[in-house]
Design a protein around this ligand. Structure first.
Ligand SMILES: *[C@@H]1O[C@H](CO)[C@@H](O)[C@H](O)[C@H]1NC(C)=O
Ligand SMILES: *[C@@H]1O[C@H](CO)[C@@H](O)[C@H](O)[C@H]1NC(C)=O
Length: 249
């Protein structure tokens, strides 16, 4: 499983970027825009702006794995409690470190969180609603909301992340509600795309106004049509307990 995921990551990483000045790593020459050299002899690819780390023969992403003290590649533990997400890809400064924002029943990048608390709820019982707070357990993911019934998040048929409207269980057919990894000290990983991960796509006229990017899960089928997008990681930032919003809109 581990090897498969890593192999697929490397596969999606191929074929990008012009060749820069080559450097030497052990017996090989490499382009430092595409690889990092470990221990002066092992090459790992750069994917989503992250130079993969090296552990005893394997390249790995710090958003999902760690190399333990016995030099064994180990999955990070599942995150406990609520978290926000920020984009990670230093090669795309327009969105690097910017938040994932819930608005219009979808997740966007670098937008503004849209939330609501009904007037009948005493203001003291309304969470601030100004950050997009998420919880994830056993491969599923939900918005961290107080509204009875909650708001389940899912990968929609278009592989954008959506979430249910408050008081509704409706999920478009063809959506996926599991297959997400949320790792302590790591990232929020889409395990559905066989290593395709997440991509950030530049703003569209049909989307929200402003420099708001779109988030897609990538897979073998849609990779070509998403070639104008950039691979990213989603970094987990644990938040103090408590709900993020009454409901996200
Ligand atoms: C959200 O609102 C709370 C309460 O008004 C405030 O303390 C906090 O700084 C705000 N956070 C952000 C990220 O705007
Ligand atoms: C990949 O995503 C597209 C939506 O962009 C979806 O229609 C397709 O079924 C997905 N392919 C796989 C193999 O899951």
């Amino acid at each position: 499983m581990t090897r498969l995921a890593l192999a697929a990551t490397a596969l999606f990483a191929l074929g990008s970027g012009a060749l820069g000045a080559l450097q030497t790593c052990g017996q090989s020459q490499y382009d430092p825009a595409q690889y990092v050299c470990w221990h002066s002899q092992f090459l790992c690819p750069i994917t989503a702006g992250e130079g993969l780390s090296y552990c005893n023969g394997a390249c790995y992403s710090k958003f999902m794995y760690t190399c333990n003290s016995n030099n064994i590649l180990t999955l990070l533990p599942p995150v406990q409690g609520p978290f926000t997400l920020t984009v990670s890809n230093p090669s795309v400064p327009a969105i690097h470190d910017k938040p994932v924002t819930a608005q219009g029943l979808k997740w966007f990048l670098n937008g503004v969180t849209a939330s609501y608390c009904p007037g009948v709820v005493p203001p003291a019982e309304c969470p601030p609603g100004n950050i997009t707070s998420i919880v994830s357990q056993n491969g599923a993911v939900s918005m961290n909301v107080k509204v009875p019934g909650g708001q389940l998040a899912y990968l929609g048929p278009d592989w954008q992340v959506g979430y249910t409207q408050a008081h509704s269980a409706y999920i478009p057919s063809g959506s996926l509600t599991t297959g997400f990894g949320a790792y302590e000290g790591g990232g929020f990983v889409n395990l559905n795309g066989n290593g395709g991960g997440w991509v950030a796509c530049p703003p569209r006229a049909s989307g929200p106004a402003g420099n708001i990017w779109n988030l897609y899960g990538r897979n073998a089928t849609n990779a070509a049509s998403l070639s104008y997008c950039t691979p990213i990681n989603l970094k987990i930032n644990p938040t103090a307990g408590g709900f993020g919003a009454w409901q996200y809109t």
